[in-house]
Design a protein around this ligand. Structure first.
Ligand code: NAI
Length: 412
């Protein structure tokens, strides 16, 4: 990293790094050690607040609350990259970010196990009606009774979405002696003794516990509504630790009130407070058989630290070498840093002829290309060129002036 620092073109101390939503100290320390001076904001910013500050920001770190919209991105003249210090990236307009030449990084695996652990803990809490009994005891009511309380051993759990978290839930559930089914739109290799099923309806029909681990997409929005609740086993339980809009909470409330659904554990909501100071409201509040948690599935010290290091690391690597490995909206390009060499990074519109135009500009100043790599994704192309001749900023300007260029940087 030390060698890279000497090669860096834009002074680190002038680079504005804005970290919102209480990003972990491990990331802050990593950035400070690398020579940056991150500015920290505890909560999320509204769109208007973000639009005001974003023009001077080079690196933006957010978690799940700050919405990085097309409007904000169109004002982000200096922005190099956005780091989502979480798993989901639907809070960022990814297509707009790509069009503006801004890769978006996330941490897809850092909190997988944390979510899986809470899911299984809640399965047991629901089966034993322990959350309700705890609430009663806080109010001085001693309700020692086995009525309606069951072991989870020999029950079945249906996992919707078998990506990163789903299989971990399955493994932990098996350790409790549960029979595991899963449904995914993609063919997925089962872990342990899990059994794939071919439709959501089939999964709902045979599961005592249904747990959701899908992303929010147009297809998963309200994927559990009145019809799916009707298809569940009488007295089954529903858990949602994925994204709030995957469940129609009004339909779930009706299912709970009728007794069709015996209980639910909900960690994510269609509308969530932006900070801990804002009030929370949802239709399930006050229901005895519902465990509500404030989107804490992935909120462990281990996960936050892992996320901080992982996303902080990918953002630093992009800033200092141009590598976009792990970006969710961008061509993946990785080229080892070579000493005594200048590196041009050009983000451009993905149209024919870009490479030859850039190479003729480089040839025009008599520079020799040492290494070159180009990758494209959708409307965007990303080129890294290492050249071994002294080059001036004039070359960067000439390449940047091409109609096809979105952003051009030089590292040296
Ligand atoms: P992933 O992307 O690894 O897995 C998602 C799986 O869902 C994929 O296998 C995908 O093929 C499948 N899928 C997509 N659409 C589907 C559909 N219509 N029907 C069935 N399967 C479908 O995601 P990962 O890491 O397992 O996370 C799952 C969810 O958990 C995400 O929504 C994420 O935002 C959320 N999450 C929540 C946290 C919390 O604090 N509560 C923390 C971490 C993640």
């Amino acid at each position: 990293m030390q060698a890279m620092q000497k090669q860096f073109s834009f002074p680190k101390e002038k680079m504005k790094v804005l970290l919102l939503e209480g990003i972990h100290q491990a990331c802050v320390e990593k950035l400070v050690q690398a020579g940056y001076r991150p500015e920290l904001v505890k909560g999320a910013l509204s769109e208007a607040e973000l639009c005001e500050v974003i023009p001077s920001v080079h690196l933006l770190g957010i978690r799940s609350k700050t919405q990085v919209t097309d409007k904000a991105l169109s004002k982000a003249k200096s922005l190099l990259a956005v780091g989502c210090f979480c798993i989901g990236t639907d809070q960022v307009d990814l297509a707009s970010a790509a069009r503006h030449g801004v890769p978006v990084f996330n941490a897809p695996f850092s909190n997988t196990r944390s979510v899986a652990e809470l899911t299984l803990a809640e399965v047991v809490m629901l089966a034993r009606r322990a959350a309700h009994k705890s609430q009663l005891l806080h109010r001085g009511v001693w309700e020692k009774s086995a009525e309606g309380c069951v072991e989870v051993r020999n029950t079945s759990i249906g996992i919707v979405g078998y990506g990163h978290i789903g299989p971990q839930v399955g493994l932990l559930a098996e350790a409790f002696g549960m029979k595991v089914f899963y449904y995914d739109i993609l063919g997925k290799l089962p872990l342990g003794n899990a059994t794939p099923v071919t439709s959501l309806e089939e999964l709902l029909r045979q599961s005592d516990f249904v747990t959701l681990h899908v992303p929010e997409t147009p297809e998963t929005r309200n994927m559990i509504g009145a019809a799916q609740i009707e298809a569940m086993r009488p007295g089954a339980f529903l858990l949602n630790l994925s994204r709030g809009r995957v469940v129609d909470l009004d339909a779930l409330k009706r299912g709970l009130e009728s007794g069709k659904v015996a209980g639910a554990a909900i960690d994510v909501f269609p509308e969530e407070p932006k900070t801990n100071d804002e009030a929370f409201a949802c239709p399930l509040m006050g229901m005895d058989n519902v465990i509500l948690t404030p989107h804490i599935g992935g909120s462990t010290i281990e996960a936050q630290r892992n996320i901080g290091l992982e996303v902080g690391g990918t953002m630093l690597k992009f800033t200092e070498t141009g590598s976009t490995t792990g970006a969710v909206n961008f061509p993946q390009v990785e080229l080892p840093m070579v000493r005594d060499c200048h590196r041009i990074l050009n983000i451009h519109k993905n149209v024919p002829g870009v490479l030859s135009s850039i190479n003729s500009i480089i040839a025009g100043v008599g520079a020799n290309i040492r290494a070159q790599t180009l990758s494209t994704l959708g409307e965007v192309g990303y080129l890294i060129v290492d050249i071994d001749k002294e080059i001036s900023d004039t070359l960067r300007v000439a390449i940047d002036e091409l109609d096809t260029s979105i952003k051009t940087r030089i590292l040296f």
